[in-house]
Design a binder for this molecule. Sequence first.
Ligand SMILES: [Zn+2]
Length: 278
Amino acid sequence: MRRLAPYQTGLWLAEYMDMRCQLCRIYRSTPQSQLLHHQTQFRLDNITNVPPTRTALKQHSFLTNIRNQANSYLSSGLLCAHCHNDITWLPRPFEVDIAPSISLSIQASTYYEYPIRQAIRAFKHQEDMTKLPLLLHAIRQLPRPHGCHRNNSVIVAMPTTSQRLVKRGFDPVSILSAQLSKHWQIPVWQGIERIDDTVSQQGLSRAERLSNLDNAFALIEKPAVKRIILFDDVATTGASLQALGRTLHSSFGVAPLDQHQPSHGYHLFAYALAHGNQ
Ligand SMILES: [Zn+2]
């Protein structure tokens, strides 16, 4: 039997066994579908356009039941409404340039402040898996980019260096990306690697961060789909996402939607768990 990763077991327990809020641990958690309006609803495809024959209607009601069960099963919730409402979700997106007159908009799920900040730091630096349910709740607030689905899009987790991976022993961003992938039903693509072993970005100015990241990424293969969704855990100035976007743009002409530039049919999106100062 395949061994479950420890974080996956923790999430499973948090979501399906422990009905308490994963932040205050006092109130009962509220299903995601009852929280706010901007969450992505789970949908079973092929249900909505059923022709109205008797068999089809029977099938439709059967499938509707399954869909309702699936909805309630998948939305047992991780936070209570109080804690959810205490956090500012979906800050205004901010933009970075990836080429002259081409800017990339970065959407974070929330701000990098209490309690998300403490949770991210404990998860990244102490491998504290008990913080993962809160981070997963944050990821679920991100709106899936319009028109993206499993057959036309991939998620690119901000790559880490092998040196850092060995030192840390695990890759927090890829764990979070796997959760985003599961939530949006869009696969993760690992066609880009990080080749710099430069100093950490922490404590550097914006210009220093950018020059630090020049030539930081290398493409291993060409993406098989045209919609590329970049994801990082914390976007401070957005320099890492910017550098990754620049690499993709200079290699394939990948550009954000609605830009008056040749994009060769590729579209680029950027998301982060949190936006703020380190
Ligand atoms: Zn709570």
